[in-house]
Design a protein around this ligand. Structure first.
Ligand SMILES: *Cc1c(COP(=O)(O)O)cnc(C)c1O
Length: 400
């Protein structure tokens, strides 16, 4: 049991608390599912990019999937070996590509023909050979929220099969490109196995047809996306996930690369917030708390559900909207949520907040971002201080 009440008193609220033991358990469960096969789990850093979190995964043998050069720097700084770092994303700048090649990371996931040209040119400038993988868009509906669906031609990600083929041939014939992998990532919070399997079959077939023309790729990169339970979703078990992938790649001698983010951190994270006021507008009950959409935007952005627990409170429950101080009607952590009557300073624990929580935070309304605490082996430690007003204005000029 994590002592939420005392953590809220010690570190103040709003506060993120991460259960490092639970993160480790998730990592090991997924790793175990691929046992007996060559595989690398490359933690998708964007899910929770605190250096201590990345370092924790580094200590478990994780790689890192990064979507900006900032994330690549974080991964290397936190101790992920360069040979396990991947750089993905639809819009990489020249300077980012240059640094990625110079850092000798495992490979760059290329997402367009134009980008392949840039990578080739920059590798040539550096007198180097860039290891690449191509992100294939298999045009599969992942059956998730449209904002986090990425594997349809309507989405901006990846290239279609025929373009991928052309790009591999071009890369194979280039002195400055070394095609080593193939990649797909069809979406996030996936709870159905079928679309993943279908995508894997399509991409594995492409890999076989490339092999027939002497383009042999080593890495079969299945992206991330494994969903978690926020409420009552049925999720895909790591075992079934692994079996589906293994089924799709039958006969291929490849290293499986998996890029889990949410699966590793979501349910290991908690967002603690204190009640400021109860208020009633006509029939409508509001619980006003000190945490807001700038701390945890998932409810506002995706209408996401997060379980909320009122610490040390009991009594009859009635429905309330849990809202923050930000001046937007879209600023809520929950709608029509059953809660007991609450008082000033009662602590609410928002569950499943370890992925896409702090990282999507902002300073909107000149609110400093929350502190972050790691909880491991019965011990808590501060891994990021609360932002102060001085932090918020540090880069501004000409105001004096
Ligand atoms: C976001 C992302 C991931 C991680 O997604 P999760 O749903 O958090 O597992 C993996 N790979 C790529 C390329 C991504 O963009």
């Amino acid at each position: 049991m994590i002592p939420f009440q005392s953590l809220a008193q010690t570190y103040g609220t709003p506060l993120y608390v991460y259960d490092f033991d639970a993160m480790k358990e998730q990592f090991e469960t997924l790793k175990e599912a691929f046992r007996g096969r060559k595989s690398i789990l490359a933690y998708a850093v964007k899910a929770n990019s605190n250096l201590s979190v990345i370092k924790h995964f580094a200590s478990l043998g994780s790689g890192a999937d990064c979507v900006s050069i900032g994330e690549v720097r974080r991964a290397l700084m936190a101790g992920i070996p360069a040979y396990k770092v991947i750089f993905s994303g639809v819009g990489k700048r020249d300077d980012e590509i240059r640094e990625a090649i110079a850092s000798d990371i495992l490979y760059i996931n290329v997402e367009s023909e134009a980008e392949l040209g840039r990578v080739e040119m920059i590798a040539q400038e550096l007198n180097s050979k860039a290891r690449i993988s191509i992100r294939v868009n298999p045009n599969i509906d992942p059956k998730t929220h449209p904002y986090i669906s990425t594997g349809l031609h309507d989405n901006k990600f990846g290239v279609e099969i025929n373009a991928a083929k052309r790009m591999y041939i071009r890369a194979k014939n280039s002195e400055h490109l070394d095609p080593v992998g193939i990649h797909f990532h069809i979406g996030s919070q996936l709870t159905q196995l079928e679309p993943i399997y279908e995508a894997a079959v399509i991409v594995a077939d492409l890999m076989r047809s490339l092999s027939a023309i002497d383009i042999d790729l080593k890495f079969f990169d299945i992206g991330g996306g494994l969903g978690v339970r926020y409420n009552d979703e049925t999720t895909i078990t790591p075992y079934d996930y692994a079996q589906a992938i293994l089924g799709a790649i039958k006969g291929l001698d490849v290293t499986i690369l998996c890029e889990p983010g949410r699966f590793l951190t979501a349910n290991a994270g908690y967002f603690l917030t204190k009640v400021l006021y109860e208020k009633q507008n006509g029939q409508k009950r509001f619980v006003v708390v000190d945490g807001a959409m700038n701390d945890l935007i998932r409810p506002s952005l995706y209408n996401a559900y997060h379980r909320i627990e009122a610490l040390d409170k009991s009594g009859e429950e009635s429905l309330a909207d849990v809202v923050g101080p930000v001046c937007e009607s879209g600023d809520f952590l929950a709608k029509e949520y059953p809660l007991p009557m609450l008082e000033h300073n009662d602590v609410l624990v928002v569950h499943s907040a370890g992925a896409y929580g702090f990282g999507m935070g902002s300073n909107y309304n000149t609110r400093g971002r929350s502190a972050e605490v790691a909880y491991e082996d019965g011990q808590a430690r501060l891994i990021r201080s609360r932002e102060s007003f001085d932090d918020l204005i540090a880069l501004e000029r000409e105001y004096l």
